[in-house]
Ligand binder design. Structure first.
Ligand SMILES: [Fe+2]
Ligand SMILES: [Fe+2]
Length: 172
């Protein structure tokens, strides 16, 4: 009985699990947006590849949340942010992402949009959102995050390349 009680203490409450589910859904929506950008910029191979790579990374983030949900909070102490507030903010962002997925922006604007989006959600990843009880699990999630921290920098670098290209053209 005592063991059962302990096991229950380690599980996350339903609202926190639902929030992780919402995070997973959000990451998938962002991935869909980036796949959309990859498609509409198919003529520009490097830009298209950049969005495709970023989309795949967002899919990985979604998978990380799915993994946490499958574990039902085992090895985790709690979601360490205000779930009600974060959930409401995420819902607004979700609507923006859904709307953007139907649009055809210029490359520079798509990059700006992606950079702003990434900056807003940088803290909403699995390794930041959950307070872990199990150190090994914490390490695992941090390692999964660590290998793709570079994509915001890559988006910014590409935007710079476009800007520099434009100003170079103005001198011609
Ligand atoms: Fe992400
Ligand atoms: Fe991202």
């Amino acid at each position: 009985m005592r063991q059962k009680e302990n096991a229950q203490i380690l599980k996350l409450p339903l609202d926190q699990l639902q929030f992780l589910q919402q995070c997973a859904g959000f990451e998938s929506k962002v991935a869909t947006l980036y796949h959309h950008y990859a498609n509409i910029f198919a003529d520009d191979e490097s830009l298209s590849m950049l969005f495709k790579k970023t989309a795949v990374e967002e899919e990985n983030h979604a998978q990380q949340f799915h993994l946490a949900i499958r574990l039902q909070g085992t090895g985790m102490e709690a979601v360490k942010i205000d779930v009600t507030k974060a959930s409401a903010n995420l819902k607004k962002l979700e609507e923006i992402v859904e709307r953007l997925t139907g649009t055809t922006p210029f490359p520079e604007d798509a990059l700006d949009m992606a950079i702003r989006l990434e900056e807003q959600v940088a803290l909403l990843h699995m390794s930041n959102v959950v307070h872990f009880q199990d150190a090994g699990l914490k390490q695992l999630f941090e390692a999964m995050m660590a290998h793709d921290n570079g994509h915001v920098t890559m988006l910014k670098d590409y935007r710079e390349v476009i800007r520099m290209g434009k100003s170079a053209m103005e001198f011609c």
